[in-house]
Design a protein around this ligand. Structure first.
Ligand SMILES: O=c1[nH]c(=O)c2[nH]c(=O)[nH]c2[nH]1
Length: 316
């Protein structure tokens, strides 16, 4: 026993539960591959402080519940809806569990187009970027008053443009060595999170009273997660490509503003963008100009350090 310390926070569950699911519609197959993390909070302190496992739903059971719902949930094809289902299930089933935190990474599997026609059961991994959704189910106001908080986004979306990016007029003092450029390479790995307004949930999901029907009818809600995800990915890529970028900061702000403008249920948008530097090689040893922007053709990709530019844009 120690008088100096106490358990100030506790959360546990299963991470990296890998799930692949086929939903067959005759010969037409729909598939998803998820990495699921499902964590819980509640009256679990004694499992830490008294070694009392009577309050512990084994993480192995959390894994089994994840697979059970992957088989039985009508929401499996939507990461937002499946995360809501799993989180709501955990908080509803166990009286002493008051909150669930479910994060799902959805891996890319796009249908293969054979001579322009989408194949019914063949798919290709067409990118390393992942759709990520994080759901919190809050049962602290009562099991009949569960509140869902949902945010989704993209990670690991690697992009590069070889022109249309400048960086000028920054602070110049005795620490400045960077030269101003009106044309440079801009490359980043997009990390995007957009957050929806909280809403009530209960089981069966989106089917009973308590205000859940509203969310199904509301365009661009987490029910419609796929529509919002497509909009966010398109805005990110289109803005990145077409913006005459004055800086990572300025381009980030334009992307975030547009996601808020085009998705009425999104309350805030956060981007975290590393500035992955590409440095032109100094070839003056051979009398070759590879440094002035118009002549810069050979670059060294710099793994580290990178800039790191982050901001949140919120609906007024
Ligand atoms: O777009 C940029 N923003 C910065 O803040 C910065 N700092 C830097 O060295 N290069 C860049 N580029």
């Amino acid at each position: 026993m120690s008088a100096e310390s106490y358990l100030s926070h506790a959360r546990y569950g299963k991470d990296k539960v890998r799930v692949f699911r086929i939903v067959r519609d005759g010969k037409w197959h729909n598939i998803v591959e998820y990495n699921v993390c499902a964590l819980m909070e509640g009256d679990i302190d004694v499992s830490y402080t008294e070694a009392d496992n009577r309050v512990v739903v084994a993480t192995d059971s959390v894994k089994n519940i994840t697979y059970y719902l992957a088989k039985t949930s009508p929401h499996i094809l939507s990461p937002e809806r499946f995360a809501l289902h799993l989180g709501t299930f955990l908080v509803s089933k166990y009286a002493h569990i008051h909150k669930a935190f479910v994060t799902i990474e959805k891996l890319r599997w796009q249908r293969i187009a054979v001579d322009g026609t989408e194949h019914p059961h063949s798919f290709v991994r067409d990118g390393d970027d992942k759709l990520v959704t994080s759901v919190e189910i809050d049962g602290t106001q009562g099991k009949d008053k569960l509140v869902a908080k949902v945010s989704s986004g993209i990670t690991d979306l690697l992009v590069l443009k070889s022109s249309g990016s400048a960086f000028e007029n920054f602070v110049r003092d005795e620490f400045t060595t960077l030269v101003e450029v009106d044309d440079r390479i801009f490359s980043t790995s997009v990390d995007l999170t957009y957050t929806f307004s909280p809403f009530p949930v209960s089981l069966p999901l989106f089917e009973q009273s308590s205000g859940q029907e509203e969310i199904v009818k509301t365009k661009g809600s987490p029910w419609d997660g796929e529509v919002v995800a497509k909009s966010a990915r398109k805005i990110t890529l289109d803005t990145f490509a077409t913006d005459e970028s004055a800086s990572v900061q300025a381009t980030l702000y334009k992307m975030a503003q547009q996601i808020v403008a085009e998705n009425s249920q999104v309350q805030s948008v956060k981007y975290t963008l590393p500035n992955k530097h590409y440095v032109p090689v100094d070839m003056r040893y051979k009398g070759i100009d590879n440094l002035t922007p118009a002549q810069a053709e050979v670059f060294i990709p710099i793994a580290a350090p990178s800039g790191l530019i982050s901001a949140t844009v919120s609906r007024k």
